[in-house]
Design a protein around this ligand. Structure first.
Ligand code: TUI
Length: 311
């Protein structure tokens, strides 16, 4: 299975590790890249210097391509956008906005640009401004999400653009990988399953919570404030829901989210931390190496795609 995405990025397998703010560091990204996928260091809201150090660390662990994700709501986005050029990063993915203003600079440095998009209109706009591929992310994903499901988003974006489409949201095994290809994707992005990787340095409590999650355990907070974020249910999500349904001022609701991701991912606070997770968490039942996750997904997808379905 050598897809256009593998050719474009010079990777072996069409599997990206989703950027997870405060979590996807050099050790996770380098492990995924070493295993033949595309590891992605998450910029999140971190200072550019922190992200630069992670990039340098990843370069010291692997010679294979890896990406940096720039979360465009971050006040450090401009600095990180310039840093990736200085450090010779080969691939950039973006989230939570439109990266048009950086496109010329990145192109000059021969960086492949792959924005995450939640709709057809935004996908088309990104391609017009020079995106090399797009990640169509359904609302099943964890963290900041759009409205549409992966099932409806991927084929519509695949029809609307000529560049390769990477499917994200709700994909955690070989069945999801095979299904995404059937919908027109040429690679997948997987976040939640990599939370349970040995190489993932997220707090042990966070890992345990993902391993124990059931199908209905995630909720989307912040729909009413314009910052919808999918997290696992806990005291924080309940407080969010109470404030949102009582019509509290937006500022008060948003305050709940400040620092909440670090509380969960770094301090391990499962009550008042923001435990971002995709809906697929229930399928993630054991710790594995990044290599085993990738090999298992590829084997399972190949078997399924080669099966005679009697249609
Ligand atoms: O970015 C994500 N997911 C994230 S970012 C994040 S870090 C964070 N920290 C604190 C508060 C909030 C977030 C956690 N999860 N996914 C990619 C994504 N991008 N989903 C949706 C979009 C998106 C939305 C609108 C992309 C482009 C876009 O364009 C709008 C426009 O009109 O330009």
């Amino acid at each position: 299975m050598k897809s256009r995405v593998c050719e474009l990025l010079n990777i072996e397998y069409p599997i990206f590790q989703g950027a997870m703010a405060r979590i996807s560091d050099a050790s996770l990204a380098a492990a995924v890249s070493e295993a033949g996928g595309l590891g992605i260091i998450a910029g999140g809201t971190a200072p550019a210097d922190y992200v630069r150090k992670e990039v340098q660390k990843a370069k010291s662990i692997t010679k294979k391509p890896f990406a940096v994700n720039i979360m465009l709501l971050s006040e450090n986005a401009d600095e990180i956008a310039a840093m990736v050029c200085e450090e010779g990063v080969r691939v950039v993915t973006t989230g939570a906005g439109t990266p048009g203003r950086y496109m010329d600079m990145w192109k000059k440095h021969d960086i492949k640009v792959i924005p995450v998009v939640p709709s057809v209109a935004i996908a088309k706009r990104m391609v017009r401004s020079g995106a090399d591929a797009v990640i169509a992310e359904g609302t099943e994903a964890g963290g900041h999400v759009g409205e549409l499901t992966t099932m409806v988003l991927v084929p519509q974006i695949a029809d609307a653009v000529d560049v390769p489409v990477i499917a994200a949201g709700g994909i955690g095994d070989g069945r999801g990988l095979a299904a995404a290809f059937m919908l027109g994707a040429e690679a997948v992005q997987v976040g939640t399953r990599f939370l349970a990787a040995y190489e993932c340095s997220v707090h042990e409590n966070y890992k345990k919570k993902i391993l124990a999650a059931r199908d209905i355990d995630t909720v989307v907070t912040g729909r009413s404030t314009g910052h919808p974020v999918r997290i696992l249910r806990n005291k924080l999500s309940r407080r969010f829901m109470e404030l949102e349904s009582s019509g509290a001022p937006v500022g008060e609701i948003e305050k709940l989210g400040v620092g909440a991701l670090a509380r969960a991912a770094v301090e391990g606070d499962m009550d008042y931390g923001s435990v971002m997770s995709g809906q697929i968490a229930a399928l993630v039942n054991r710790e594995q190496s990044c290599r085993d996750i990738i090999i298992e997904m590829m084997d399972e997808a190949r078997k399924l795609l080669n099966k005679d379905w009697g249609l």
